[in-house]
Design a binder for this molecule. Structure first.
Ligand code: IPE
Ligand code: IPE
Ligand code: MG
Length: 252
């Protein structure tokens, strides 16, 4: 009976503005597992369930783009067995989820430097992107072997390869189309779980004006209700983009 329910009432985020693009650093898997006296990789496995729930919720609430950090350029520095496990998990998740993504009208994209992936993983990534390419619902981007430094560098290199004449005079507008997420608007809301308050070389260029939300919840404990809290917090922000409040009121 709702009247006597002890459950906390969820904020109704659908009363406010839903962020078009949410970017997430899914952090805290290892510590979550360690707390339970389990190996770190147990946390990564559990993290896949959180991701599934967040995807479903984003779809339901009308988020257009969800971008998640799965493996950073710097994560290659981890112990070899953890790296191998993460690569295997990525492959396994692609294999098992792509059909469901396809049926749910999700378009999958993978961004990052693919040059260190196995041939099998590369093939699976291309097949998954290809299969979902004409879907028109949520655009899910997985950042794997991604780094913000890598992104800005590769964009600049591509630009100068295509347009060598611009070498001495290119601008922000010239770089933008070559960035890994050129197909999406910049994130409106950034969420990092796991308690750390840093960007860890995620979308450095694209986060310039994103609202940054940090929560102590480890990623395996994050789900629909925690996402609701983050979006509710976002809805209370005033996004000024360098202007002052009064100017925003004038355009309302
Ligand atoms: C994030 O969780 C997942 C990846 C980096 C792949 P961590 O593995 O960083 O977990 P913690 O931060 O050590 O708890
Ligand atoms: C960031 O988490 C990368 C991913 C979640 C994929 P890390 O756990 O690697 O970040 P740092 O090293 O603590 O900054
Ligand atoms: Mg971490």
């Amino acid at each position: 009976m709702a009247l006597f329910s002890r459950e906390r009432e969820e904020p109704n985020v659908l009363n406010g503005k839903i962020p078009r693009h949410i970017a997430v650093i899914m952090d805290g898997n290892g510590r979550w597992a360690k707390q339970r006296l389990m190996p770190r990789v147990f946390g990564h496995k559990k993290g896949v369930d959180s991701l599934r729930e967040v995807i479903t919720t984003c779809k339901e609430w009308g988020v257009e783009y969800l971008t998640v950090f799965a493996f950073s350029s710097e994560n290659w520095r981890r112990p070899a067995d953890e790296v191998t496990f993460l690569m295997g998990l990525f492959l396994q998740v692609l294999q098992s989820e792509v059909e469901r993504m396809y049926r749910n009208n999700i378009q999958l994209k993978v961004i990052g430097n693919r040059s260190h992936f196995s041939a099998e993983l590369l093939e699976m990534i291309s097949a998954a992107e290809e299969k979902t390419s004409s879907n028109t619902g949520l655009v899910l981007t997985i950042a794997a072997d991604y780094g913000g430094h890598w992104d800005i560098l590769q964009a600049t290199q591509q630009l100068l390869k295509d347009k060598p004449d611009l070498a001495s005079c290119f601008t922000e507008v010239d770089i933008q189309p070559y960035l890994a997420m050129a197909y999406a608007p910049d994130p409106d809301l950034f969420i990092r779980t796991g308690g750390e308050q840093r960007i860890s070389n995620f979308l450095l260029w694209q986060l310039a004006y994103t609202e940054l939300y940090f929560t102590d919840l480890p990623w395996p404990d994050f789900g629909r209700s925690a996402l609701g809290d983050a979006i509710f917090w976002y809805q209370g922000r005033e996004r000024r983009f360098g202007r002052i409040s009064e100017q925003l009121d004038a355009t309302k």
